[in-house]
Design a protein around this ligand. Structure first.
Ligand SMILES: Cc1cc2nc3c(=O)[nH]c(=O)nc-3n(C[C@H](O)[C@H](O)[C@H](O)COP(=O)(O)OP(=O)(O)OC[C@H]3O[C@@H](n4cnc5c(N)ncnc54)[C@H](O)[C@@H]3O)c2cc1C
Length: 274
């Protein structure tokens, strides 16, 4: 059983900086996160993306921001329970709280800070046979380390900023063989990125498949091919070891969103009361 002064659910930037503020008050913190690493969205979804809206940093990579936060809180020696979603919150007779993770780790503290952001990000999975068998073995839903795709043949699915930004970046900087697949003719990304993607397609640096969707995957243990269904024309099979589905990440706040009673707060919103 882990006992601390403040239990923080969520080790994203907000949870991490809470450790610093509490540390100044000589309070010890312990963080719980469903992810196996601290850093929340910054570490899990976009560690190599530059951020431009952090005070005093004209530009900083999301991963570097998290490393700086971890360095900043090091002197306060926080504890971590990582890779374990907090699933249960109970109020004890002495007024303290007990938080239990899905794996059964029990934590107790007089104060619980919820820094769960939008929740745990999970991909919306298409109905494709064997999909989960190939996850981490050729199929990815976000890019943590772009270096992995340097000079590689990649198939990217998606029509938003994430799909276009990465397709352009890889085609421009990595000499990767990039195929961009989108189920419509219209993109939802910034017009400037859409223009760049079409320019790269015209020079052969991106292979563009519009009105198309990946509907079949194949491989022996690891991904070998994906097959596209097109609105018009025959199926197309593409040999690739990397299919990047850069779309549809859904944040799930459960079970935090269901803890306690929902009651009216002074802000007029339905806030969560414990
Ligand atoms: C692609 C992308 C680009 C972005 N770019 C920018 C940008 O340039 N500038 C900017 O200011 N913002 C940007 N954002 C938004 C920014 O990332 C978020 O505002 C920020 O991460 C919020 O921090 P947080 O600590 O509140 O939450 P999060 O980073 O979401 O961290 C919350 C943590 O809580 C954990 N958690 C939730 N529920 C539980 C539970 N029950 N048990 C255990 N753990 C739980 C989650 O696993 C997560 O790690 C971007 C977001 C995305 C997705």
């Amino acid at each position: 059983m882990i006992q601390t002064d403040i239990l923080i659910i969520g080790a994203g930037p907000v949870g991490l900086f809470t450790v610093f503020e509490a540390g100044l008050l000589k309070l010890r913190c312990h963080l719980i996160d469903a992810l196996p690493i601290p850093g929340g969205q910054c570490a899990e979804i976009y560690p190599k993306k530059p951020i431009y809206d952090i005070p005093a940093y004209p530009e900083i990579l999301a991963g570097d921001l998290i490393n700086n936060l971890l360095k900043q809180i090091e002197p306060f020696k926080p504890g971590f329970t990582l890779g374990e979603p907090a699933v249960q919150l109970e109020k004890l007779d002495n007024g303290h709280f007990e938080v239990t993770t899905k794996q059964g780790t029990v934590h107790r503290a007089p104060v619980v800070a919820i820094a769960g952001g939008l929740g745990v990000f999970v991909p919306r999975r298409p109905k494709i046979e064997d999909l989960q068998r190939f996850e981490e073995k050729g199929i990815a839903y976000f890019i943590k380390d772009p270096e992995k795709y340097k000079g590689e043949k990649v198939v990217i699915s998606g029509g938003g900023d994430s799909a276009l930004d990465w397709a352009i970046f890889m085609a421009d900087n990595f000499a990767s063989d990039v195929t961009l697949v989108h189920r419509s003719k219209n993109f939802r990304a910034h017009p400037d990125s859409v223009q760049k993607a079409f320019d790269l397609a015209n020079t052969g640096k991106i292979k563009l498949h519009l009105d198309s969707e990946v509907y079949k995957i194949n491989g022996n243990g690891k991904l070998d091919t994906v097959t596209l269904k097109r609105k018009e024309g025959d199926d197309v099979q593409i040999a690739t070891k990397h299919w990047l589905r850069l779309l549809c990440l859904t944040p799930i706040l459960r079970p935090i969103g269901h803890w306690g009673n929902r009651k009216k707060c002074h802000c007029g919103q339905q806030c969560i009361g414990l």
